[in-house]
Design a binder for this molecule. Structure first.
Ligand code: ADP
Ligand code: MG
Length: 236
C-alpha cells in the first residue's frame, strides 16, 4: 500500500467546482512531480490534502490513517508537511528563532531533522542566523520556509513552486535539497513549473488539467508523449 493515498477528491471555492475526483498515490520516499498549466488546480490539490481547502468529497489517507476531515494543524502533526507558494516566515523573528519554532520533538517522520542540518543545506542561513527574517531576500525566505517545514519531521512533504523567482544558482541548491530529502526517506510532492527540473528529480509525474489528472507516468514516459506536453503543459 502506498504511503499517501488520495481517492476521488473533490474541492470547491464557493460554487466553483475546482477538483473533479483526483486519485493519486505517493509511495514511501518517492518524489512525485505535479505538473500543469496555471489554474489547473495544483495548488488547490495540495491545500485540499492539507485541509486548508476542505475537500467536498473523497478521502486522503496517510499510512492508513484518514486525514481528510481533520484540521490543518492535526494533519501536519500526523506527518504531512506543506511549503506554500507564499513564503511564510515570521518577519520580526531572527532566522534562528524561525527555525526554533519549526522544531518538533518526537514527531513522526522518516528522519529527525536538526537545525544544524538546515544550516548545512543552506549555509547562507547560517551566516544570517541572527538577522530578522523580514530582512532576508525572497530566496532566503524560501529556504527558511522549506527548513521550517522539514523541522516538523514530515513523512510526506508537499512543496508548491519552491523555485519560483529564485536565481538559477539557488534553484540548483533547492533541487539538491529536494533530492536529499527523498534519499532520507521522506516522500515529496513537488509542484514545479520548470519542466526540466520537475522531470530530473521525480520518479513519477502527474499532469493536471482543469482539475483532473490527465497523465500519470515516469519522466521518460512524459518525454515520449509530446501530445501530453502540447495539450496540457506548453503555453500556446
Ligand atoms: N481562493 C480562491 N477562490 C476562488 N477561486 C480560486 C481560489 N484559488 C484558486 N482559485 C481558482 O481555482 C482554479 C485552480 O487554481 P490553483 O489551484 O491555484 O491552480 P494552479 O496552482 O495549478 O495554478 C483556478 O481557476 C483559480 O482561479
Ligand atoms: Mg499554484
Amino acid at each position: 500500500m502506498s504511503l499517501l493515498q488520495v481517492k476521488g477528491l473533490h474541492a470547491h471555492y464557493g460554487k466553483s467546482h475546482i477538483l473533479h475526483g483526483i486519485d493519486m498515490e505517493v509511495p514511501e520516499a518517492a518524489i512525485v512531480s505535479l505538473l500543469g498549466r496555471n489554474g489547473s488546480g495544483r495548488s488547490t490539490l495540495l491545500k485540499a490534502m492539507m485541509g486548508l481547502v476542505p475537500p467536498t468529497a473523497g478521502s486522503v489517507t496517510l499510512d492508513g490513517q484518514t486525514l481528510s476531515g481533520q484540521r490543518p494543524f492535526d494533519i501536519c502533526r500526523q506527518g504531512l508537511g506543506y511549503v506554500p507558494e507564499e513564503r511564510l516566515v515570521f518577519p520580526n523573528l531572527t532566522v534562528e528563532e524561525n527555525l526554533a519554532i519549526g522544531v518538533q520533538k518526537g514527531a513522526p517522520g522518516a528522519h529527525r531533522w536538526t537545525v544544524e542540518e538546515m544550516y548545512d543545506y543552506f549555509p547562507r542561513l547560517r551566516e544570517r542566523r541572527g538577522i530578522r527574517a523580514g530582512y532576508l531576500s525572497g530566496g532566503e525566505q524560501q529556504m527558511l520556509t522549506i527548513c521550517r517545514s522539514l523541522l516538523g519531521n514530515p513523512r510526506v512533504l508537499l512543496i508548491d513552486e519552491p523555485t519560483e523567482g529564485l536565481a538559477p544558482r539557488i534553484v540548483d541548491v533547492v533541487m539538491e535539497v529536494i533530492l536529499d530529502i527523498g534519499r532520507r526517506g521522506v516522500a515529496v510532492v513537488l509542484v514545479e513549473q520548470k519542466l526540466t527540473i520537475a522531470l530530473k528529480v521525480a520518479q513519477q509525474v502527474l499532469v493536471m488539467g482543469h482539475g483532473e489528472l490527465v497523465f500519470l507516468g515516469t519522466p521518460a514516459e512524459l518525454d515520449a508523449a509530446p501530445d501530453v506536453r502540447r495539450n496540457w503543459l506548453e503555453v500556446a
